[in-house]
Write a protein that binds this ligand. Structure first.
Ligand code: ADP
Ligand code: MG
Length: 727
């Protein structure tokens, strides 16, 4: 190590994400102070930071409007007031009458005239030289002064080898500056640097850093993508026995988009390498039937399929639907969730282990240590976004894949390696030691380790449309199929924004819709702070609505019901026995009741865009004209207003997601904020899409033609990332 961070301050540096000397190099300034020139007092522009130099001609502690030190600094053009609300005796001494001072700050019209509040002051002799570079201001943390940070960064810049990881011909083709001059410029920009371009991160030096960051990410994802073709999965060819049977029995024909994605999936399944495909399609686009077809192709080949959903309500709905669809084919799925009675769970587990059942449908309980599949060929994960991108990546990083490799031998005679064999590998030699808290991810991961002779194929489904740039970044290790068409005969949903003051009118709409034979959802306000409060709110809403609509049959669904109760309520609603369903956001994903045509979302201003879009997607599934009423409470925050406007103006999930990316950044969108998936620090996926396109192409080119350079680049940028983001 060319330089060391003193142990005493290591934790402070760690807070800033600085663990290695190279991290110091990438700790880039937030902004700059210009101490390279002196501005005359008469030329100061309010609001524009500047440095002045002059003599203190007056200095006094004043008590009005409040206690403060007020000095007058004079140069040959005028007088500027310097004002300090908190000050030390030493400052008072420094700013005594007769002293020559350089003051840097933002001038404004003040109480006394032109003034700077809390300017940065230093003594100036006749010959004090001006700075040769803009002074960087770094993001820092308490107890770590700018000066200390700056000193360490400069040491790192001077002592580290910062040679280029980009092959020269590629660098020139992209017209990017070299790495070392780029970082040096960003840390110490010469006086003539275009400061606006620096601040807007549009300067060529910034472009280089952003490109390198995107390239590292693309390399890591593409390495994973390529590595998959070395792993082994059963060949599940298309025999079109059960699949054709289902297609023949369905009351509808597949849309063109469904056919297209089904062919993509079917082709993947028949290859001897694990499919890892993301099936994207807006709410209501008809992903479930595609999943059923995929399961049937596995079953045709004598392999089991597992279908996992994030909530019990959704899992049960899939179970009921597939049970009906597959009954004529003589296939009987088994149902498994955590809340089953022990006896039933054991029975289900036995049918799965013996291979008596070919299709298991359920929640995460499907992948607990006690569940063993006889011959698992395909895993389907619905509403994959609910599981979070970091969970997916973390599991992938375990060396195998998202979900279980299988114990059975399956007559393949090929052992797949459970360690990484990818090029390029990082020479850190460590094995993954996840310090992640025990969550579903590590639970499944634990299940994976050290087992298996082959991997099942995986189909991940998501209705959360991912903006293109985000998909390219965080899903670049997957193949993606998109259903970009809704089944015919849907009438567009009308969205209404209604202030809470007009609640009565909304009640009337609910009454009319239900009395006309249609059904409605009433979604209770979201209470983030406490589950108990959330429950209480749901109960109160239910009580109130029961009073308001004595003539309606009303049900209540919330997360605290037992699964039997939940299931009974959903079944009754589906059968039309209940007319109005009061529910918490447990119905957010996947619930499908075509006769429901009115959705009321109470306190819509509390919900996120993706959530609103999902909820709204619960209606508009049948032929009747559907409406979604967003009830909101005033006053609206800026963000809430922006969200409601977007959801009001757009029905296309992709457009909504794109706007959401602008509004909230990628962390939230990926469901990754809390769990700390490292996001891009420099590049901005909403702004830098062209750079990302280039990074994607160059990543493939480098892996093909310059593997050493690719490895060097990953080493430089990813050494510090969690295992699963490296390679
Ligand atoms: P999602 O993609 O949101 O999971 P679903 O699979 O739940 O959507 O499908 C929504 C509804 O559309 C279901 O009632 C389903 O049976 C129906 N559906 C699916 N495909 C078609 C089609 N090609 N034509 C008509 N209805 C369809
Ligand atoms: Mg669905």
């Amino acid at each position: 190590m060319p330089l060391k961070i003193p142990p005493a301050t290591q934790s402070k540096f760690a807070k800033l994400g600085i663990r290695t000397p190279f991290d110091l190099v990438l700790h880039l300034p937030l902004r700059y102070e210009d101490e390279t020139k002196i501005t005359r007092v008469a030329d100061l522009v309010p609001g524009e930071s500047a440095q002045v130099e002059g003599e203190i001609i007056h200095s006094e502690v004043m008590f009005r409007p409040r206690r403060s030190l007020v000095c007058q600094l004079q140069d040959d053009s005028g007088i500027l007031y310097l004002r300090f609300l908190n000050f030390y005796p030493s400052q008072q001494k420094q700013l005594a009458v007769g002293k020559r001072i350089r003051a840097l700050g933002e001038p404004r019209m003040g109480f006394f005239g032109d003034e700077m509040v809390h300017p940065k002051c230093r003594n100036a002799g006749e010959s004090t030289p001006l700075k040769q570079a803009l002074t960087p201001v770094y993001p820092t943390t308490a107890g770590l002064p700018q000066l200390t940070l700056t000193k360490h960064i400069h040491a790192a810049l001077n002592e580290l080898q910062l040679d280029d990881t980009l092959p020269e011909q590629i660098r020139q083709r992209l017209r990017l500056p070299e790495f070392e001059p780029s970082v040096k410029l960003l840390h110490q920009p010469p006086p003539d640097t275009d400061e606006d371009a620096l601040l807007a991160r549009a300067h060529p030096a910034w472009m280089r850093i952003k490109f390198d960051e995107l390239l590292a990410q693309q390399l890591s994802m593409r390495v994973h993508y390529r590595e998959r073709s070395r792993r082994v999965a059963p060949k599940l060819g298309a025999h079109n026995k059960f699949t054709d049977g289902l297609l023949k029995d369905l009351p509808f024909a597949l849309t063109g988009a469904q056919k297209k994605v089904w062919h993509e999936i079917s082709a993947d399944l028949s290859r001897p390498h694990p499919m890892q495909r993301l099936l994207q399609g807006d709410v209501g686009s008809g992903k479930t039937v595609v999943a059923a077809l995929a399961a049937l192709q596995a079953i045709e080949n004598g392999y089991q399929a597992a279908f996992m959903a994030p909530t019990e309500i959704l899992a049960e709905q899939h179970y009921l639907k597939l049970r009906d669809w597959l009954a004529p084919l003589g296939i009987e799925p088994v149902w498994l969730t955590g809340s089953l009675k022990k006896k039933d769970k054991t029975a289900a587990a036995e049918r799965i282990a013996s291979g008596e059942t070919m299709l298991a449908i359920g929640t995460h309980a499907l992948f607990q240590t006690t569940i063993e599949f006889k011959k698992l060929g395909l895993v389907i994960v619905d509403e994959q976004h609910k599981f979070g991108v970091q969970q997916r990546l973390a599991l992938r990083g375990k060396g195998t894949t998202l979900l279980p490799p299988v114990r059975g031998k399956a007559g393949m005679g090929v052992e797949s390696s459970s360690t990484h064999t990818s090029t390029p590998t990082l020479p850190d030699g460590t094995t993954s030691q996840s310090t992640r808290p025990a969550n579903n991810a590590s639970q499944v991961a634990g299940y994976l380790q050290g087992r298996g002779s082959y991997e099942p194929h995986q189909l991940m489904m998501s209705a959360t449309p991912i903006p293109r740039t985000l998909a390219m970044s965080y899903y670049a290790d997957l193949d993606v199929s998109v259903i970009d068409e809704l089944p015919p005969g849907r009438t567009p949903i009308v969205t209404k924004l209604v202030s809470d003051a007009r609640r009565e009118e909304v009640f009337e709409r609910v009454r009319v819709a239900c009395l006309e034979g249609r059904q409605a959802y009433w979604v209770c306000p979201l209470i983030d702070e406490s589950e108990a409060l959330q429950l209480q709110t749901a109960l109160e809403t239910f009580a109130t609505l029961t009073q308001i609509f004595p003539e309606l049959r009303i049900g209540l669904a919330h997360g605290k019901l037992s699964s039997a109760e939940k299931a009974a309520t959903m079944a009754a609603f589906k059968a039309g026995e209940l007319q109005l369903l009061v529910a918490t956001t447990v119905i957010e994903v996947g619930v499908d009741v075509p006769n429901a045509s009115l959705m009321v979302i109470d306190h819509a201003e509390r919900m996120g865009l993706a959530q609103l879009h999902q909820l709204r997607g619960r209606v508009g599934r049948g032929a009747a004209e559907s409406m979604c009423v967003l009830l909101f409470q005033k006053p609206l925050s800026e963000l809430a207003r922006a969200r409601l406007k977007i959801i009001f103006e757009n029905t296309d999930g992709f457009e909504i997601a794109q706007q959401d990316l602008r509004l909230r950044g990628p962390g939230e969108l990926l469901g990754a904020r809390q769990s700390g998936v490292p996001m891009l620090r420099f590049a901005d996926l909403a702004e830098d899409d062209k750079l990302l396109d280039k990074a994607r192409d160059i990543a493939d080119e480098m892996l093909r033609d310059f593997p050493d350079a690719a490895q060097g680049h990953l080493q430089r940028w990813m050494a510090n990332e969690p295992d699963y983001l490296r390679t």
